[in-house]
Design a protein around this ligand. Structure first.
Ligand SMILES: Cc1cc2nc3c(=O)[nH]c(=O)nc-3n(C[C@H](O)[C@H](O)[C@H](O)COP(=O)(O)OP(=O)(O)OC[C@H]3O[C@@H](n4cnc5c(N)ncnc54)[C@H](O)[C@@H]3O)c2cc1C
Length: 357
């Protein structure tokens, strides 16, 4: 899309074609963040992102001529690009700025399990490393990078996976721009201030009750918002409230399920973490004021609806632990053996002077 004139209910596409609408939903998703490291502007080929289908096509085009790659950014998108490159036999250096993998979502213990698994796949994982400079070959292809610790890494591909931001740049130049903060500002019924113009998904920004902006850049939220925005556009009364945080993903072979609050916890929250038998499995339950508020599970599949219900019912950890097996629903991906967790939890209760259930 090139232009939006909400006063005339008119959209103009990049090729010049005009479309009219009764109601319009803006759902333009995210674009990757980019950082202009010294030397990057000299690179004409080989500095890639991994967000859109076009980015994937570019990665696939370059992979056959890539022996060594550097991927920067220790989150989900970075690890997925690393996994693809490893699959194609590329030697990968993976730079993570923080002191463990993905602290935004994982505590140190889980981050270390994932880091070990990434390394076991032959990836050179460099924690607390960032790019400080980039070098281009005379033909414009990336030739290497230097890290903030002076490490020189030759590469023919640099994967820049340092987060995403709402795709709103194009809206700043249109005839009738909507209100834009971090994303397109919307009400709980998905409306922008423009008549009959709605927004949802990664590009949309809600306002929390305390006035702060909230952008939900995950697939589950985008799906839910899409459904509810459609209802609002059809005239239903909709009042969207961002639900309890839930996500699931995979780090190479490691299953991952998270629900509720598991990082950046208040001081009075308690955390029970246990490594289960087997190479990559662990469980973490977080409790505050006698009620579970979060679950972070690695290494097997979990049914998040149980976790959501237990959180909503304000169950205590002691109440949840004996029932935890109920939330393991997927035999195909292997159930974790929870006996050791029960023993460890009894010990945790004893150590912390908590009553047994
Ligand atoms: C590699 C990767 C891995 C991910 N893994 C997970 C995961 O494991 N779990 C999870 O919950 N989420 C994950 N996500 C995030 C998830 O994909 C997004 O939150 C979700 O796709 C957002 O949906 P959306 O409909 O808002 O936007 P998108 O799915 O991004 O769709 C937006 C569409 O709008 C198009 N568009 C943009 N600008 C314009 C314009 N001006 N005119 C016309 N069209 C335009 C784009 O080309 C795109 O097709 C991942 C994302 C990536 C990139």
């Amino acid at each position: 899309m090139r232009d939006l004139d909400a006063s005339r209910h008119l959209l103009r596409l990049a090729g010049g074609r005009e479309l009219t609408y009764d109601k319009l939903l803006l759902a333009t998703g995210s674009v990757p963040n980019r950082f202009e490291w010294p030397g990057l502007s000299d690179v004409k080929e080989g500095a890639v992102h991994f967000v859109s289908l076009q980015h994937l096509a570019e990665c696939e085009r370059l992979t056959p001529t890539t022996k060594q790659a550097v991927v920067v950014g220790g989150g989900l998108i970075g690890v997925e690009l690393v996994e693809c490159l490893v699959h194609h036999g590329v030697e990968v250096d993976f730079l993570v700025r923080e002191s463990w993998y993905w602290p935004m979502a994982l505590a140190r213990e889980e981050g270390e399990i994932i880091a070990g698994h990434i390394r076991a796949h032959g990836v050179h994982l460099h924690l607390e490393h960032e790019v400080s400079a980039v070098t281009a070959a005379p033909n414009g292809r990336i030739a290497g990078i230097r890290t903030n610790h002076g490490l020189d890494l030759p590469c023919q591909m640099l994967g820049i996976c340092i987060g995403v931001r709402p795709a709103t740049d194009w809206l700043k130049e249109v005839a009738t721009p909507p209100a834009i903060g971090r994303g397109i500002r919307i009400t709980p019924s998905f409306q922008t201030p423009l008549p009959d113009v709605y927004a949802a998904g990664d590009c949309a920004e809600f306002t929390r009750p305390d006035g702060s902006p909230q952008v939900e850049q995950i697939w589950y939220a985008a799906k839910r918002q899409g459904e509810q925005a459609a209802r609002a556009m059809l005239g239903d009364a909709v009042e969207y409230r961002p639900p309890l945080f839930y996500n699931s993903a995979k780090f190479f072979e490691i299953e991952y399920t998270t629900v509720g609050d598991v990082t950046r916890l208040p001081d009075d929250a308690r955390s029970f973490f246990h490594r289960l038998p087997g190479p990559h499995a662990s469980i973490r339950l977080i409790e505050r004021n006698g009620a579970v508020i979060g679950f972070n599970m690695l290494g097997s599949r979990w049914d998040h609806t149980f976790f959501e219900r237990w959180i909503a019912e304000r169950r205590s950890m002691a109440d949840v632990m004996p029932q935890l097996h109920l939330a393991q629903f997927d035999v195909e991906f292997g159930r974790a053996h929870l006996d050791s967790a029960r023993v460890a939890f009894a010990e945790y209760q004893r150590r912390n002077g908590l009553q047994a259930a």
